[in-house]
Write a protein that binds this ligand. Structure first.
Ligand code: FE2
Length: 293
């Protein structure tokens, strides 16, 4: 696939860190207009209490409004398993289209079964405004963005590239964080390695923006690096590590990891583009499949 890379375009990127889930949401602004996109927003949940709030999303909304920006896109890099998307809440306030990778259909099929969803739960991605295929382009004001299919962590993972900025989702972490797990249903360590190589084939100076950072070894939270830095220093794939080494390491490591704390509410909400499911009486309600994951 020949991607329409344009390193001369330099969008203005502002990151918003959510300490509850270690997620970074981004506002990506066109330098030539007021147009912007939001990548990977977060809705707050107190799962023990079953309470949903919007502090983090309101911060994004305030930033967009105070800077007089026009929101054109709400991008989900993938179906997150560790936080809930606030895309519909933000869309209601600011407009914009919600987009995700077209393999959301596979994710909906897998988790539709696990959560025993009825036929009213559509598995065709129709909850989203746009489904991206590998290489699809779209505009944010005068900027041309493209989606690059980077599966492995999940089948629907896309890296979104806008000029010299790439939003890698959970394909990569900061060089000292390595990579994300590949053991969720539909995940695959070898496929993840190939996807990481696709990202690292972008020009060396490409700015890479992480979806998560956990501040390994006590360092401060960071979310921006470059292709050159990852190639040289990423602890899982940098410095010429082979695919075989990566797959062995990733598989062994994943076997030791607990499920993310919010996986059960996250999947139910995120496979519906951020809408909380409703029970037969129309009340927002989440399920817990016992021994289902
Ligand atoms: Fe993820």
């Amino acid at each position: 696939m020949d991607y329409p890379v344009d390193i001369s375009l330099k969008p203005e990127v502002t990151g918003f860190f959510d300490p509850a889930t270690n997620t970074i949401s981004y506002v990506v602004k066109d330098p030539e207009s007021d147009a912007c996109a939001i990548v990977d927003s977060v809705m707050d949940i107190d799962y023990a209490a079953g309470r949903i709030t919007y502090e983090h999303a309101d911060e994004l909304i305030k930033f967009v409004q105070e800077n007089g920006l026009k929101l054109e896109w709400l991008i989900e890099t993938h179906v997150h398993a560790d936080h809930l998307s606030a895309a519909p809440y933000i869309q209601q306030k600011l407009g914009g289209k919600i987009g995700i990778g077209e393999n959301i259909k596979i994710v909906q099929d897998v988790f539709g079964k696990i959560f025993n969803e009825g036929t009213e739960f559509q598995r065709d991605g129709s909850q989203f405004d746009a489904l991206f295929q590998d290489g699809d382009t779209y505009n944010i004001g005068s900027m041309k963005a493209f989606a690059m299919h980077t599966p492995g962590h999940t089948p629907a993972c896309m890296t979104h590239v806008v000029g010299d900025a790439a939003f890698v989702g959970d394909t990569l972490f900061m060089p000292d964080g390595g990579s994300a797990r590949a053991d969720f249903p539909g995940g695959d360590a070898g496929v993840l390695y190939d996807s990481i190589m696709k990202v690292l084939a972008l020009p060396d100076e490409t700015r890479l923006f992480m979806c998560h950072d956990y501040g390994p070894n006590g360092r401060d939270i960071q979310w921006e690096t470059t292709v050159a830095e990852e190639k040289a220093h990423n602890i899982h794939v940098g410095g010429g590590k082979t695919k075989e080494e990566f797959v062995k390491f990733r598989t062994e490591r994943d076997a030791t990891l607990d499920m993310p704390k919010l996986i059960i509410p996250s999947l139910q909400v995120n496979m519906r583009a951020g809408e909380v499911p409703k029970d037969k009486d129309g009340r927002p309600m989440l399920k817990v499949p016992v021994n289902g994951l």
